[in-house]
Design a protein around this ligand. Structure first.
Ligand SMILES: [Zn+2]
Length: 250
């Protein structure tokens, strides 16, 4: 669905991206660095309300940069000997990292939307694998599913003991507001920020993750020191959920 809001966002993105390219061509110093592609960059381009959203070299978002930075820091450990289920694999840098795993499954409800090889169709509402994955990654997926508690429980069962789910969702400061696909698309866009979202999460997303049985660590970019955060343009919050049991977490 094309809306005025989306067109405005896309136009703004294009303009600021062009401005960054021009500044670089005119000799502006590249004083920032993208952890997703390793490029030195002049800055990051605007998308919507976020003035420092995209990497001009690879397109990575603040959350994609955050994930790469956390892996590079050793805060997150990609289980390359194990099995990884990567939902909605839009982020190229993470496809590169995760696909080095012994058993890598990129998946989506609609695999035709992706250029990634060997996509599998997975409906998280109807997902009954057991004790199979070491890592489940889903960025901006949970706000699309009709029943997120059912999906969290499905993810829990699909993970091995000690396995982790790395979840990122759009957040606001207020409590989570749930909707359904019975609400018209226009109203969903107004209430939840996008026509195919059925809820808007708040910080209480954490309570839902714990209610599904997980141990939870929240990694907020806001807690990273200001210089590092600015240098890499890091933003967003990772909900790192761990299924109890197995080897102790590092
Ligand atoms: Zn980049």
């Amino acid at each position: 669905m094309i809306t005025v809001q989306r067109v405005a966002k896309a136009a703004g993105k294009h303009l600021t991206k062009a401005a960054l390219t021009l500044r670089k061509a005119l000799g502006a110093r590249a004083t920032r660095s993208c952890p997703a592609c390793g490029s030195a960059v002049v800055g990051f381009f605007r998308y919507g309300d976020n003035a420092e959203w995209g990497c001009p070299a690879c397109g990575a978002s603040p959350r994609e940069r955050l994930m790469n930075w956390l892996v590079q820091q050793g805060t997150l450990d990609v289980p390359t000997d194990g099995a990884i289920l990567h939902m909605a694999p839009n982020e190229r840098s993470l496809v590169r990292r995760f696909s080095s795993a012994a058993d890598y499954t990129p998946a989506d409800l609609d695999p035709s939307r992706y250029v990634v090889a060997d996509m599998r169709r997975v409906d998280l509402m109807d997902f009954s694998e057991r004790d199979r994955y070491d890592l489940f990654y889903a960025s901006h997926v949970m706000e699309h599913v009709p029943d997120d508690m059912a999906v969290l429980r499905n993810i829990y069962h699909a993970l091995k003991p000690g396995g982790e789910a790395w979840l990122i969702v759009p957040l606001w400061d207020r409590p989570t507001e749930d909707g359904s696909f019975d609400i018209p698309p226009r109203e969903r866009e107004r209430r939840f920020g996008q026509w195919d979202h059925v809820r808007q999460y708040g910080p209480d997303f954490a309570d839902r993750i714990r209610a599904a049985g997980f141990d939870l660590e929240e990694i907020d970019a806001a807690a990273i020191d200001t210089d590092t955060r600015h240098f890499h343009g890091l933003d967003d919050r990772l909900f790192r959920a761990r299924k109890p049991g197995g080897e102790p977490a590092r």
